[in-house]
Ligand binder design. Structure first.
Ligand code: B12
Length: 225
């Protein structure tokens, strides 16, 4: 199956084959659904890269190259994820927490949130808790999204949530975390409202929060987002 071949091509870091397969898959009837499938099968491919790095078969240069390939893939499928309306459904402040320089997953989540109609304020990678606090004050987002893929990111996320609490900003916010190491235990430890290792699911959680928020503001209205 072509999607599984896409996973293997990314795992093998075979650039030529990867883009030939993606072009072939998108050539007939490109759609948002197909774009999402490409992203998740490429994400599987990065697991192969990670395993080979772990086994000493790949090196840091290979991780960098895998990152570049994924970024190119996202750029390629982005047009199928773009939201048409100029009205946004909510504001999300998004960043990768301090100590962590990985941003591919964050960028995918950002593209998908924008496609769903959110205004996303992306503060980038390796962001200290004080920056999150300062930006929450400034932007007043509905949701804070924190990304982290290193194991140490869990501690950094907890520090960020604690800093938001100390600043008195936690109560009016929903917090969602994402990235490879997050799970329910980590989410409870960090004090997040939700977690996801899948951007699509993460976006749906954010949409549900916005629906709830609008219903609380005006319970008489049956809100359509
Ligand atoms: C590419 C890569 C890099 C690139 C990153 C490029 C970039 N611009 O991001 C570079 C080369 C810079 C890099 C560096 C390092 N890396 Co690296 N890297 C990877 C690799 C191969 C892929 C990561 C990736 O992009 N995955 C694909 C994305 C799409 O997945 P994702 O991040 O999980 O995102 C998805 C979801 O989680 C979710 N999501 C993500 N964020 C958010 C946020 C929200 C709010 C939501 C809702 C959802 C969400 O949506 C995404 C799409 O569905 C992984 C291997 C692996 N198994 O993942 C190793 C890996 C993460 N790296 C690792 C290591 C060790 C390193 C280095 C320490 C290597 C070194 N010796 O220098 C450095 C660390 C630098 C630092 N301080 O951060 C380890 C981490 C080990 C650990 N447990 O902590 C891994 C697991 C490899 C391994 N098996 O050893 N790396």
């Amino acid at each position: 199956m072509i999607l599984e071949d896409i996973t293997s091509a990314l795992g093998e870091l075979d650039e030529e084959l990867l883009f030939r397969l993606i072009n072939e898959y998108l050539s007939s009837d490109p759609s948002e659904e197909k774009a999402n499938k490409i992203i998740s099968y490429c994400q599987e491919g990065t697991k192969i890269v990670g395993e080979r790095y772990h086994m000493g078969e790949y090196f840091v240069g290979d991780l960098i190259f895998a990152g570049e390939l994924l970024t190119e893939v996202i750029d390629m499928v982005k047009p199928y994820l773009i939201h048409e309306s100029s009205e946004y459904i909510g504001k999300i402040l998004l960043g990768t927490v301090h100590g962590d320089l990985h941003d591919i997953g964050k960028n995918i989540f950002k593209s998908m949130c924008e496609a769903a109609g959110f205004k996303v304020y992306d503060i980038g990678i390796d962001q200290k808790e004080s920056t999150f606090v300062q930006k929450v004050r400034e932007i007043k987002p509905d949701i804070v999204g924190m990304s982290g893929i290193l194991t140490v990111a869990i501690e950094a996320m907890k520090e960020t949530v604690d800093a938001l609490k100390e600043a008195g900003l936690r109560d009016n916010l929903k917090i969602i975390i994402g990235g490879n190491p997050v799970n329910i235990e980590a989410s409870n430890y960090i004090g997040a409202d939700a977690f996801s290792v899948n951007s699509n699911e993460g976006v749906n959680i954010c949409i549900d929060w916005m629906k709830e928020k609008k219903q609380i503001k005006d319970p008489s209205k049956n809100v359509e987002i």
